[in-house]
Design a protein around this ligand. Sequence first.
Ligand SMILES: [Fe+2]
Length: 200
Amino acid sequence: MPNFINDYVIEIPEIDFDPTDPRWVELYQSVTFKEYPGWEGDGYPFQTCSTDVVQNSTLVQWYIEKFSFLDLRSSNYISTKTTPGDGGDAGARNSINQNTVKGTLIKGDLSVRSILPHVDATRTTGILFPLTFPQYVNFYKNEPNGNDPIYVHEYKPVITIINTASWHGVSQTAIGNPRYQLQLDCYNSWEEMSSLINTL
Ligand SMILES: [Fe+2]
């Protein structure tokens, strides 16, 4: 059974995933990361890579196939000003190639600043493959106003689906940097995701 932690996080130990597999390290050490500017262009403390080197890796191909029962499409990750899914920023959604399914490697450095609370510009859920530890993500009940997160999740070495249509961010931290992940972007609602994932 998938582990439904709350309205923000589902862990899926049913699907094999070994972050200590040396092929992960080979992959993220072999690619060139680019600074992620953010949807408003104001920058975030991470870099991304979704080149053919990532797409063509047997690891990434295997997981894209494994999750092909979901609505996987590549996305713009971050906005503080739009709502996800069918609401919000039509321009952001229209800039996406609707037929593109991509895995994205992410290299974060949370030592200097945080990833500010946001909702993702277009995708509604993210399938996260945490590759280094420890790493965390914060969730907020509403748009935060100096409030503490309602839930802080510490990633385990399992595939983890997060609700990116809710407010979330990552605190500044001196440990766990650089922070590597693979992400698959997904457009199923949280309700759809909950029922679809239950069939695993
Ligand atoms: Fe996000």
